[in-house]
Design a protein around this ligand. Structure first.
Ligand code: ATP
Ligand code: MG
Ligand code: FE
Length: 340
């Protein structure tokens, strides 16, 4: 079946068409430039941008795929988690398509979509798979028995998300928003051993994460260097910060695989685009005999393909469609793949 996927949970308007594990089109319009000067996403600005972008983005995706709306067999949309007004734009449009086309509607979980999208690059996920989800708003370890029906939460951040830590530390270092890509680039020129920042919750035996202490440690370091009139060596601080983040992420992901006897790990979400995370995860998984999968960088950040792929998965699993009065859920739990 041909699945139309719509994503509007944050600041990317994504529309994609997927058949099985084949991606026919994936168009993304981002309002990130409109938020940059605020150092974070402004919800009202994001909602308006989705309203303006959704129709042209849908038309581009249909053109690219060489199909029309009449060819669509099912409509999948992000029902949550995300920003209330932003989610509402996508869900309203998806309902309108489903009603007008007389096709089933599936309100799906954005976070599970981040994991599902890897199937476009690497085929069906092994079962079970441990998933490390690292994004702007979430940092979670999942045990995925079945993408459509059985996703379990093993642990998550108790404070900041990994991407949020990148964004906040970038700001401290005078780097632009969003902070992940510029820190990734700066770190490549720096010495990660120049400073040793704390490793949040490493060695506590849990699968939970904490990044706010690290952020505070970087802030103190920057303040004291500036107070002493020292030159801030941004590449070194970026590299040392990044090493602390990826050390904890990879150690806990490998521990979750080992403890659950699982030989497969997938890393996804915007921070999975990080080059040092990808390298260290590959190294530690190779040592531990774990098969690692990470989607290509362009599929790691928000897009419609992740939602269309998860839509294809729930259709294939025979899940019941969502009602046409489907509600958005700004804090939809990750274990709830389909919104009710
Ligand atoms: P969520 O999925 O939790 O709702 P989101 O959709 O806003 O949040 P994503 O789009 O998945 O998050 O990811 C955005 C985050 O990824 C930002 O915090 C950004 O800084 C981070 N990011 C993007 N590229 C990189 C990179 N190369 N290194 C580290 N972080 C990165
Ligand atoms: Mg974004
Ligand atoms: Fe996301």
């Amino acid at each position: 079946p041909l699945i139309l996927g719509i994503e509007t949970s944050c600041d990317e308007t994504g529309v994609a068409l997927v058949r099985g594990h084949t991606l026919l089109a994936d168009e993304v319009a981002s309002s990130v430039d409109q938020h940059a000067r605020f150092g974070g996403v402004v919800p009202e600005v994001a909602s308006r941008a989705h309203l303006e972008a959704l129709t042209p983005t849908t038309e581009r995706a249909l053109d690219r795929a060489g199909v029309t709306l009449a060819d669509v067999d099912a409509v999948a949309v992000t029902a949550g988690p995300g920003l209330a007004g932003a989610l509402l734009v996508g869900v309203s449009a998806a309902k309108a398509h489903a009603l007008a086309l007389n096709r089933p509607l599936y309100g799906v979980n954005h976070l599970v979509g981040h994991v599902a999208v890897d199937q476009l690059a690497h085929g069906p996920l092994a079962s079970p798979t441990v998933a490390l989800l690292v994004s702007g708003g979430h940092t979670s370890l999942l045990l995925v028995n079945d993408l459509a029906t059985d996703v379990r939460l093993l642990g998550e951040t108790v404070d900041d998300a990994a991407g949020e830590a990148y964004d906040k530390v970038a700001r401290l270092l005078g780097l632009p928003y969003p902070g992940g890509p510029p820190i990734d680039r700066a770190a490549a020129e720096g010495d990660a051993t120049a400073v040793h920042f704390p490793r949040g919750k490493l060695g506590d035996g849990s699968y939970d994460f904490s990044f706010s202490g690290l952020k505070t440690a970087v802030a103190r370091w920057v303040e004291s260097a500036q107070g002493d009139g020292e030159d801030l060596h941004v590449p070194d601080i970026a590299a040392a910060f990044q090493e602390s983040v990826v050390d904890v992420l990879t150690a806990k992901a490998v521990a979750a695989c080992r403890d659950h006897g699982v030989g497969h790990l997938v890393i996804s979400g915007g921070v999975a685009a990080n080059s040092r995370l990808r390298d260290l995860a590959a190294e530690r998984c190779a040592e531990a005999g774990i098969e690692l999968r990470v989607p290509p960088a362009r599929l790691c950040t928000d897009n419609g393909a992740m939602i269309a792929t998860l839509g294809a998965e729930v259709v294939a699993a025979g899940c019941s469609p969502s009602p046409l009065d489907l509600a958005t859920d700004t804090s939809l739990p990750v274990e709830q793949v389909l919104a009710g």
